[in-house]
Write a protein that binds this ligand. Structure first.
Ligand SMILES: [Mg+2]
Length: 418
């Protein structure tokens, strides 16, 4: 076996999205605790980056510990912190800031020598708005009075929904819409995919070569592309494989992995690149607007991975911090060769469809001018970003993509939380 470098050795810091990547609600994502332990062991540093502004870093770190992921509060980066930095750069020390949100924002403001206040009558110099279950009509009314008066207004993020145990619930984008409708004004935005969030994560983690890891195209991957960083999309959250194939250029990741075990893989097992229509035993082509995926009769050498065929772990909750009991030398279950084979089919499909779409559309990768997620709070649905509104769907029949991926037995998103 020749030694090749894994992602965890090539990149110095993983900027990890949380929901759909590390956990789904109260439970760890399959293999996540073991994979993150192994990544640290390989020398990679971790930063846990969340758009959710409701909880301060120590509470997020405690939640991660509960699901078997060691994390220091200093390794947690929230959109509340990014918003507080934006405010601190624009206001004198000691300025009062009206909080439409919760404890996470109050802690982040104090860290920047800003003073949280609760009403527009307290003399605030600005308004900051972030998700909290505490936000109700009285708080939204205070925010509206202050925003209508012309004060600086910063929103932590514009995610339209938050996942809950009972399904989708209004997220900060929806609550921002309330004040936007009432005042006709627009906030500055800190969270993914906007640049301040990435900058905050870079500053706090001292990353020189970061890898953005996420489950969403329109926040994690778009944010990474806007910042010029490489990204790994994992299929444990909200993104279906079909959406990746149909993604517009600014939403395309550098790598695609089944789950966080991808951090242990070398880049050549995970790369998705426009025009690279062969991967492993698979080759893809777009013929008359339809995707065709074919597998070599004899598996190509590259498909014969030198991984041991062993038991695949079944996602038990890990409570101890040492290398969890599992197969594999580093405590991590090896990737099932069938999973890698399906991933290869997906990678080939992306290479072919992206090239066909770019040629037909006369556009090339790197288009970052439009920002679907900025409009997300205005009524776009999640699926629209990579699907019907994605550039590729105009040039390649989405039904042919679905059929080809189904035939290649590519699993759909596994742990969709909303
Ligand atoms: Mg996520």
């Amino acid at each position: 076996m020749t030694h090749v470098q894994s992602l965890s050795q090539i990149y110095d810091v993983a900027l990890l999205d949380l929901d759909g990547v590390v956990y789904v609600g109260a439970h760890p994502v399959r293999h996540a605790p073991q994979a993150l332990w192994a990544a640290r062991h390989a020398g990679m540093r971790l930063a846990f980056v969340t758009n959710n502004a409701s909880r301060p870093p120590d509470v997020v770190a405690a939640h991660l510990a509960e699901i078997g992921v060691e994390a220091l509060p200093a390794e947690v980066v929230t959109s509340a912190q990014a918003a507080a930095r934006m405010l601190a750069e624009r206001l004198p020390d000691g300025s009062k800031v009206l909080v439409v949100g919760g404890e996470g924002l109050e802690v982040a403001l104090r860290e920047r020598d800003l003073v949280p206040v609760a009403t527009a009558d307290d003399g605030p110099a600005a308004v900051v708005q972030g998700f909290s279950p505490r936000v109700g009509w009285p708080m939204l009314a205070e925010g509206t009075y202050a925003v209508a008066a012309g004060l600086l207004w910063v929103a932590t993020n514009l995610d339209p929904v938050v996942p809950t145990d009972r399904g989708r619930a209004p997220g900060n984008g929806t609550l921002v819409d309330t004040i936007r409708t009432a005042t006709g004004r627009e906030p500055l935005v800190a969270g993914k995919p906007e640049p301040p969030m990435h900058r905050e994560a870079m500053l706090r983690s001292n990353a020189t070569r970061p890898l953005v890891v996420g489950d969403r195209l329109d926040t994690d991957v778009e944010g990474a592309n806007a910042a010029g960083a490489d990204s790994l999309l994992v299929l444990t959250g909200v993104t279906d494989p079909e959406e990746v194939v149909l993604a517009a250029a600014h939403l395309r990741p550098t790598y695609v992995g089944t789950d966080l075990r991808a951090l242990r893989e070398p880049p050549e097992h995970l790369t998705v690149r426009t025009g690279e229509a062969r991967a492993g035993a698979w080759r893809a082509a777009v013929v008359d607007g339809a995707l065709r995926l074919t597998r070599d009769a004899a598996p190509a050498e590259s498909a014969m991975r030198d991984v041991a065929v062993g038991e695949v772990a079944v996602g038990e909750i890990v409570t101890e911090s040492q290398a969890p009991a599992d197969s594999g030398a580093d405590g991590l279950a090896p990737l099932d060769p069938a999973d890698q084979d399906a991933l290869d089919a997906l990678r080939a499909a992306c290479g072919a469809v992206w090239a066909a779409a770019d040629q037909a559309g006369g556009r090339v990768a790197g288009r970052t001018g439009d920002r679907p997620t900025v409009q997300a709070a205005g009524g776009r649905t999640d699926k629209a970003v990579g699907g019907a509104d994605g550039a590729a769907a105009q040039y390649v029949d989405p039904a042919s993509v679905r059929a080809a991926l189904d035939a290649a037995r590519i699993a759909r998103g596994r742990a969709s939380s909303y």
